[in-house]
Design a protein around this ligand. Structure first.
Ligand SMILES: Cc1ncc(C[n+]2csc(CCOP(=O)(O)OP(=O)(O)O)c2C)c(N)n1
Length: 292
């Protein structure tokens, strides 16, 4: 069962104000509490569905937590607010982490998380914008979120709107050529309202990224493509918050977030088989203990 016995659920704006006002260790403690709840919800969903992508869910959780609880201009009570920042999880296989983040914020009830991947559930294995409030575009086929994000950033620019666009990609996903076309376009149009975050956990499906089709030196490549690049520890809340400050160069911003696949659970961390392995009942119990 998803743990719903947490006072913050459903009181997003109040907690957002608290997090926004807090500094350093106090702020980090609030964000950590939220991230650990998200990881516990995620593993509970995967356990029930007997499917999911736990490793990538856990590497991206701290990034999602910082974005949705401190950085993004959003209103979970009004998901279609015209001036909202747009968020796209391009590594759509990590839908469980996104759903639990959205439910915590109040886009929909945490009760719905129990239906993850069940027949007729809105919470499919990959996010669907027609079914889930807070999802801007369907993702799952890797390499599509950034091209859509570039279009959204251009649209915002044409409308003179205040909205910014945030896209989160996997590092294995950066092997898709469409991303590099989109990177070129974003730089060409000087889309300083566009932020990408690359979840650099150095693992993809079945192997290490550098052994499959290496990306290094990734920050240098992104800079050569005309982006302002910020490389950070993707589990350091303060560093992530700093990395989402406005562009200083008029260029789009690329955050290379060094992360650990499976972050938070000792026997899942940095292990290739946990890309989409389903935990046993005993492993779920152990993991929940480590995450509590
Ligand atoms: C176009 C496409 N090819 C293959 C897949 C199958 N697939 C799902 S996840 C994944 C690996 C992604 O690795 P990465 O981007 O590093 O994600 P993470 O390690 O953060 O989960 C693959 C190959 C897909 N979803 N889309």
């Amino acid at each position: 069962m998803i743990d719903k016995d947490v006072p913050q659920i459903g009181r997003w704006s109040e907690w957002r104000e608290r997090i926004d006002a807090a500094q350093d260790a106090d702020r980090d403690a609030l964000l950590h509490e939220r991230a650990q709840w998200t990881r516990r919800a995620t593993i509970t969903m995967i356990d029930k569905a007997k499917a999911g992508h736990i490793g990538g869910d856990f590497s991206v959780t701290d990034i999602l937590t910082v974005l949705f609880n401190h950085v993004l201009r959003i209103d979970p009570g009004n998901p279609d607010w015209a001036e909202r920042d747009r968020f796209i999880l391009s590594k759509g296989h990590c839908a469980a982490a996104l759903y639990s983040t959205l439910a915590w914020c109040g886009f929909f009830s945490p009760d719905e998380l129990e239906t993850f991947m069940a027949p007729l559930s809105a919470l499919n294995g990959h996010p669907n914008r027609r079914k889930v409030p807070g999802v801007e575009t369907n993702t799952g086929p890797l390499g599509h979120g950034l091209p859509v994000g570039v279009g959204a950033a251009i649209a915002a620019r044409l409308a003179n709107g205040p909205e910014r666009v945030f896209v989160v990609l996997g590092d294995g996903e950066m092997q898709e050529g469409s991303n590099w076309e989109a990177l070129m376009s974003a730089a060409h149009y000087q889309l300083d309202n566009l932020f990408i975050t690359i979840d650099r956990n150095r693992l993809q499906q079945g192997a290490r990224t550098e052994d499959t089709n290496g990306l290094d030196p990734l920050p240098e490549k992104l800079a050569a493509f005309g982006w302002e690049v910020r490389e950070v520890d993707g589990h350091d809340y303060g560093a992530l918050i700093e990395a989402y400050q406005p562009s200083t160069s008029g260029k789009p911003v690329a955050v290379v977030a060094n992360t650990i696949k499976g972050k938070g659970v000792s026997f899942i961390e940095d292990r290739v088989e946990w890309h989409h392995k389903v935990p046993t009942a005993e492993q779920v119990e152990l993991a929940l203990k480590e995450l509590s």
